[in-house]
Ligand binder design. Structure first.
Ligand code: NG6
Ligand code: CA
Length: 505
């Protein structure tokens, strides 16, 4: 018996906050690259998000919530394990042939729920590796390691991102709609003979690359990595949102009678932005904001399903994003020229990848009609890293000792039962520079990284060879570095990082 199942037995005996039959369904809707200012209820211009707005109007909208990192893989790692990714090597933005990044023996959110009888599912973007060994996956057979090893009963996922091969969905460890007439080969090292590459054949592209994305061509879109085959199993980019929504609705219907936990992670609004034609032109900023409309549609479909089944009342919905926004992330979709007055990071400095707030402050909306008072907003300092401990408290499922070490119970804040800010939150920028965020201050450690992203996007990284300190209560835009004025605060922040780093050993 491993550590996870030992605790399963114990957790069932523990008195939870709720009686077993009252435990809510929990649905995490995790958007990709959706910025702090990208939803109408967070002040977006030129795009309407009525379904998300409705969710917010029925619950709580957080104005000071943070993702653990400014990119996908480390944020998802933090959310699903309750441990900061920078504690472990190999947790950076993963290629599509990465091996499983979360280890079997690690405790995950899915384990937490499964241990007290929930049915668990992951649907949509995964980006945390699959199989035992990097580059050794046999995509034509059942994978030798997958999400069932992490506590998920069901999964229908993209291995990495839509801009990385393999461009197929994986369902229960095998390629969905597998086409045996087109065996799949994937490599991140070399091209396959006879495969037309985006860098050599721009005439084959229906969405041109602005940087990178110049290897395999799938559906007329250049990708990262090389791929051959796939045939009927290849996804159609315009159908990704539909496919994951259908699978999510099926899972909800099949599990309406028992509590379920679903991690629903959209590709929207990550590149390549290629929404279904019915969403095109539905906003004023082209493909990027049409993808936001598509995201909002997914949210609406899931809420409608819960309502139709009569289970919305006792479903806790948590909506958030993995990192801040990015305008041009490698495809020529005109996003920058069409922005108009819209501010994807809501006026915060920096974007995805940055150490500045725009990289990691994200939308967070929580709604649970049965148990939450309708209150509009909360400015409590909170991090996605706290979901594990908070949800553990909610459902009375115990976290094994030594697991989820960074997660703090903040259920009361999440459910509007009394606010308590975290003492501090740690945030990880793309090059692993760490920041410490308190309610009032933001400290960014000294870093030798370049001040601007070097590979394409026009983004300030927030890296500087000396410490930075911003008084956010007066300087939300992080313009005025006051580190030299407050050496004692800088020192206290540095000590926090020393202490935190020491916990990794
Ligand atoms: C970058 C990609 C970018 C995006 C990002 C990961 C290029 C030029 N850029 O390397 O398009 O995929 O990785 O994004 O390839 S994340 O949200 O999944 O972390
Ligand atoms: Ca992302």
């Amino acid at each position: 018996m491993d550590r996870k199942t030992i605790f399963c037995g114990i957790s069932l005996l523990l008195p939870g906050l709720l009686k077993a039959q009252e435990r809510p369904n929990v649905l995490i809707i995790y958007a990709d690259d959706l910025g702090y200012g990208d939803l109408a209820c967070y002040g977006a211009r030129g795009v309407e998000t009525p379904n998300v707005d409705r969710l917010a109007s029925e619950g709580l909208l957080f104005t000071n919530a943070h993702a653990p990192a400014a990119t996908s893989t480390p944020s998802r790692y933090g959310l699903l394990t309750g441990m900061y990714a920078w504690r472990r090597a190999g947790t950076d933005v993963a290629p599509g042939d990465a091996a499983m990044i979360i280890k079997d023996e690690q405790f995950t959110l899915a384990d937490l729920f499964k241990n007290v009888g929930y049915k668990t599912a992951a649907i949509g973007k995964w980006h945390l590796g699959l199989g035992e060994e990097r580059g050794k996956q046999d995509w034509n057979h059942k994978l030798n390691k997958g999400l069932k090893d992490l506590g998920f009963d069901y999964h229908y996922i993209m291995a990495a991102t839509a801009d990385r091969v393999p461009c197929v969905f994986i369902e229960q460890d095998t390629v969905a709609n597998y086409d045996k007439s087109a065996p799949i080969e994937v490599s991140y090292k070399k091209a396959f003979e006879g495969e037309a590459l985006a860098k050599d054949h721009p005439e084959l592209l229906q969405l041109k690359s602005s940087h990178g994305h110049n290897m395999a061509i799938v559906n007329g879109i250049g990708r990262i990595g090389y791929m051959k085959g796939g045939g009927k199993a290849l996804w159609k980019d315009e159908n990704i949102a539909d496919s994951i929504t259908v699978k999510a609705i099926n899972f909800i219907k099949e599990n309406q009678a028992n509590p379920f936990f679903m991690y629903f992670a959209t590709n929207d609004v990550h590149v390549p932005r290629f929404p279904h034609p019915r969403f095109r032109g539905k906003s004023s900023m082209g493909l990027r904001s049409d993808a936001i409309v598509q995201f909002d549609w997914c949210v609406g479909e899931l809420l409608k399903t819960l309502e139709d089944l009569g289970i919305r009342d006792n479903t806790l919905v948590i909506l958030s994003s993995d990192n801040g926004p990015v305008i041009d992330d490698g495809y020529d979709d005109n996003a920058e020229a069409l922005l108009g007055e819209h501010k994807p990071s809501g006026g915060l400095r920096g974007f995805k990848y940055s150490a500045f707030e725009g990289g990691t402050r994200i939308p967070l909306i929580i709604s649970w009609p049965k148990s939450m008072r309708k209150i509009a907003k909360s400015d409590v300092l909170i991090s996605q890293i706290d979901m594990m401990a908070s949800l553990s408290k909610l459902i009375g499922s115990k976290i094994p000792k030594g697991e989820a070490i960074d997660s703090e119970d903040n259920l009361n804040s999440l459910l509007a039962r009394g606010e308590r800010s975290r003492e501090y939150v740690i945030e990880q920028a793309a090059n692993k520079t760490l920041s410490v965020r308190t309610k009032e201050w933001k400290y960014i450690e000294a870093s030798d990284g370049a001040p601007m992203i070097t590979w394409g996007p026009k983004i300030e990284t927030g890296y500087l060879p000396k410490p930075q300190l911003y008084k956010l209560s007066e300087d939300m835009e992080e313009r005025n570095n006051v580190a030299e004025l407050y050496p004692e605060i800088v020192k206290a922040m540095q000590e926090i990082l020393i202490r935190e780093r020491a916990k990794s050993n």
